[in-house]
Design a protein around this ligand. Structure first.
Ligand code: ZN
Length: 197
């Protein structure tokens, strides 16, 4: 398989709409990709990054609420499943795949997560606050959902121009060959799924 340097992909890259498959094995290559995901997240000043945001079809994401290497706690959520949503709260969100775009999203205030950590330990935790928000935003990514899908009608109108700009930029990068065709992307995702899912 062709080696590919991981980069954060931006809207409307098709992998952002890919429904990620559960991970069945973690090998040294995948560990390297996960540590690269943390680097990319810190470079972009983010607090969460899902695998499909670096063009990987795998059901995992990384989080560090401190947004800085060497600070806070680095968490890898593998095969996360959310349950027991409680309450409702509106808060502003952004996304590393939509740099510069922000909007208010209503989500449950608390949620329970079941996931596996990188060392294979099973995690069961009731989350609230920023962690609950990030975990829901990132789990959405794994289902091919973006925060802009969850905006109110007026919130969506506010970001429409920006989304259109991203679309034009994406089309021109495709014309220059910087981004592959849908078929090429789908084939690479299928190869990765065969290896890890
Ligand atoms: Zn995001």
């Amino acid at each position: 398989m062709r080696e590919k340097v991981l980069k954060i992909i931006t809207y409307p890259h098709p992998t952002l709409r890919h429904e990620s498959k559960p991970v069945k094995r973690v090998d040294a290559d995948l560990r390297k990709m996960i540590s690269r995901m943390f680097e990319l997240m810190y470079e972009a000043k983010g607090i969460g990054l899902a695998a499909n945001q670096v063009d990987l079809p795998l059901r995992l994401f990384v989080v560090n609420l401190a947004a800085n290497a060497g600070e806070g706690e680095e968490l890898v959520f593998i095969n996360p499943v959310l349950s027991r949503p409680r309450g409702s709260e509106e808060s502003e969100e952004g996304c590393l795949s939509l740099p510069g775009v922000y909007g208010d999203v209503v989500r449950p205030k608390q949620v329970r997560v079941n996931a596996f950590l990188l060392d294979g330990t099973e995690l069961n935790a009731d989350l609230d606050g920023m962690m609950a928000r990030v975990v829901q935003h990132e789990t959405d990514h794994l289902d091919g959902v973006l925060f802009t899908d969850r905006l109110s009608e007026t919130g969506r109108m506010d970001v429409d121009d920006a989304l259109h700009e991203f679309t034009l930029e994406f089309q021109s990068r495709r014309e220059t060959g910087d981004i592959g065709s849908d078929e090429e992307i789908a084939q690479r995702l299928a190869e990765m799924e065969q290896k890890y899912c």
